[in-house]
Write a protein that binds this ligand. Structure first.
Ligand SMILES: Nc1nc2c(c(=O)[nH]1)N[C@H]1C(S)=C(S)[C@@H](COP(=O)(O)O)O[C@H]1N2
Ligand SMILES: [Mo]
Length: 414
């Protein structure tokens, strides 16, 4: 649909001007910097006519699918620096375990590259290893998928498959080292208690992992709690992995076994187009051979405007205060800027340091407007390697992963 509209733009500046005018009519205000808007531009206000419906314990979350359950969070509901359980997105690939007995739950450490395979109860894990609490950003690799064209199959996440709770648990490293890691270790792999959608017990719903180097980082966790409470059942009760800054799919929920592997893990959703992207840029809609795909590792730099809510009205002489979060996978964010003229000029935001490595960072900024009308405020973050978020959607890939384009909110100046 956007593609069709942009051909209209290209038929001449007059046609484009009248199209921007039509859009102004649709949203009920003049789009002040309309002449600067990128080709294919659609005001974000247009998509905000409907309020989301809710699920128990997750008021205000937008349900994308109910079997398996998948729900995301509107940006203004993510304003807190630490995400509460009620506002954390849910991404299930299969059917979560229905009953969990925490006392009989066991975690097995095995695999080709473990020295001594061991089995732990949750009490043993809690008492034997140093307990830690870390804020770690969890973002689904498919967050932002809804914007890709041609559309990619899968949950049509917009911006809300991300959050940053405080996780309570232990270092994965400590447990792996307690069992011993052979020299030839390459990867770790999780196996979980959720069922494949078909209920076929021989199939895993998902079984992924991370390279041994990431597993041994001091922030990679086995968690039993979130924000000081036991993990909610949607989020992996009684035990999960948390690999901050990497695709959420590496953070296995309801974990029963972790294998130390002598090869790149080849479990369910490790191969083909699952959580993998082309090694080189491809044409939108292309078919990419398996051998040309690589596993997604650290997530790209990204940010959200979490205040004010998109669609806010401000007076002409008011300065609009904005705030949000920014994160950059394994890296730190070094700057965030905001623009109200489609990126012609930028105002630098005040950016906080992360509370710990791999936690999202808070930013705030103030911006004013030259005349009454409709604006979009865009936020753009830059990571510690100097890589910026793109303003428009990045490279197309078969499953629509890694869309880290700038988030924007609608602002009416009255
Ligand atoms: N066992 C298991 N672990 C899983 C999943 C799953 O379906 N089953 N989904 C993964 C995906 S794709 C993501 S994005 C995160 C989502 O975590 P959350 O539902 O707690 O937000 O969990 C990951 N861990
Ligand atoms: Mo995910």
């Amino acid at each position: 649909m956007i593609a069709e509209e942009s051909t209209k733009f290209e038929s001449g500046p007059l046609a484009r001007r009248s199209f921007i005018k039509a859009l102004s009519t649709a949203i009920g205000a003049n789009i002040v910097f309309g002449h600067l808007a990128p080709n294919g531009f659609m005001p974000v206000a247009l998509g905000q006519m409907n309020e989301p419906f809710s699920i128990p314990g997750k008021p205000g979350l937008t349900i994308l699918n109910d079997r398996p359950v998948n729900a995301e969070t509107l940006p203004h509901l993510l304003n807190d620096p630490i995400t509460s359980a009620s506002r954390l997105f849910v991404r299930n690939n299969g059917l979560p375990p229905e009953t969990v007995d925490i006392d009989s739950w066991r975690l097995v450490i095995g695999g080709e590259s473990v020295v001594n395979s061991k089995t732990y109860s949750i009490d043993e894990l809690k008492s034997k290893f140093e307990n830690i609490n870390l804020a770690l950003t969890l973002e689904c690799g498919g967050n932002g998928r809804a914007e890709f064209y041609p559309p990619a199959s899968g949950n049509q996440w917009t911006t809300g498959a991300v959050g940053c709770p405080i996780w309570n648990g232990i270092r994965l490293k400590d447990v792996l080292e307690d069992c011993g890691i052979k020299e030839n270790a390459v990867y770790i792999a999780y196996h979980s208690a959720d069922q494949h959608l078909s209920r076929d017990p021989s199939k895993d719903a998902i079984s992924r992992g991370v390279p041994i180097g990431k597993a041994l980082e001091p922030e990679s966790m086995i968690a039993w709690g979130m924000n000081g409470e036991p993990l909610p059942s949607h989020h992996g009760y009684p035990l999960r992995l948390v690999c901050g800054g990497w695709p959420g799919s590496t953070s296995g929920k309801w974990i029963k076994q972790i294998d130390i592997r002598d090869r790149v893990h080849d479990g369910t959703k490790m191969t083909g187009s699952s959580y993998r992207v082309p090694k080189y840029p491809v044409k939108a809609g292309a078919t990419v051979p398996d051998e040309d795909m690589k596993i997604i590792e650290s997530m790209p730099v990204k940010s959200l405007v979490t205040y004010p809510k998109s669609g806010v009205e401000v007076g002409l002489n008011d300065t609009l205060k904005l705030n949000g979060h920014a994160w950059a996978g394994d890296l730190e964010v070094i700057s965030v800027s905001v623009s109200n003229d489609f990126g012609q000029t930028w105002v630098e935001a005040d950016l906080k340091k992360p509370v710990n490595r791999l936690a999202w960072q808070q930013w705030d900024a103030a911006i004013s407007f030259p005349e009454k009308g409709y604006y979009e405020v865009w936020a753009r973050a830059v990571d510690s390697e100097g890589t910026s978020q793109p303003m428009l959607i990045p490279g197309w890939n078969p499953k629509g992963y890694l869309n880290n384009s700038c988030h924007r909110i609608a602002v009416y100046v009255v």
